[in-house]
Ligand binder design. Structure first.
Ligand code: ZN
Length: 203
């Protein structure tokens, strides 16, 4: 499986990092080796002193497709989940400044945390979902899928022009404002529509 991530899909987050709001989706990928073991803690890697959480709505792909029309996009999604795109912000800033690819900052081992998934059929309107991340019991991110700059059908269509989607692939749809650093000992808890989707320790 592969993981395709969308950057800058919420205007408030693009602004907090001083990035311009893009006209087209910003895409990057994580390899399957980036997926964290579900019940392990997240271990801060030695090469970064500024690891950020980015809580994101996840789409699991349920059938293979390429060049998918927006109107058929939901046929290709089997499940909706919540996860964290862990980012070495210090490394990313260095790479960005030099115009280099982001992989070392975004695709390292353990950088993709996948929480629970629920069947697509359990949601009435996927473009109208609220999710929240709590850090040590305090709310740090609240996202609403209605505020995405590029809607879910548009993302599926756009991504599949470049990369064939395969069953089991996961799309990270971007993070809202409120990203921040994790420290050893932190507890991250994510919820979707009020339901807890993961609880994760940082070490
Ligand atoms: Zn992200």
């Amino acid at each position: 499986m592969k993981i395709i991530c969308v950057g800058r899909n919420y205007a408030d987050h693009a602004q907090e990092l001083g990035n311009e709001v893009p006209e087209e989706p910003v895409l990057f990928m994580k390899p399957d080796s980036a997926v964290m073991q579900r019940n392990n803690p997240f271990i801060i890697p030695a090469f970064s002193s500024d690891i950020h959480y980015e809580c994101e709505l996840l789409l699991k792909i349920g059938r293979n497709g390429k060049c998918i029309d927006e109107e058929f996009a939901f046929r290709y999604i089997s499940e909706i989940g919540l996860g964290i795109d862990f980012t070495a912000r210090d490394l990313q800033a260095q790479l960005k400044a030099k115009g280099l690819p982001w992989e070392k900052a975004k695709a390292f081992d353990g950088s993709a945390y996948l929480g629970d998934f629920m069947p697509l059929s359990e949601f009435q309107d996927v473009q109208n979902l609220e999710f929240e991340l709590l850090k040590n019991g305090q709310s740090v991110q609240i996202g609403h899928s209605a505020q995405m700059l590029h809607s879910i059908p548009k993302l599926i269509s756009y991504i599949s022009r470049y990369f064939s989607l395969k069953m089991g692939d996961v799309i990270f749809t971007g993070t809202p404002a409120g990203v921040g650093r994790v420290e050893s000992g932190d507890e991250l808890k994510g919820s979707l529509q009020g339901k807890t989707m993961f609880t994760l320790r940082v070490r």
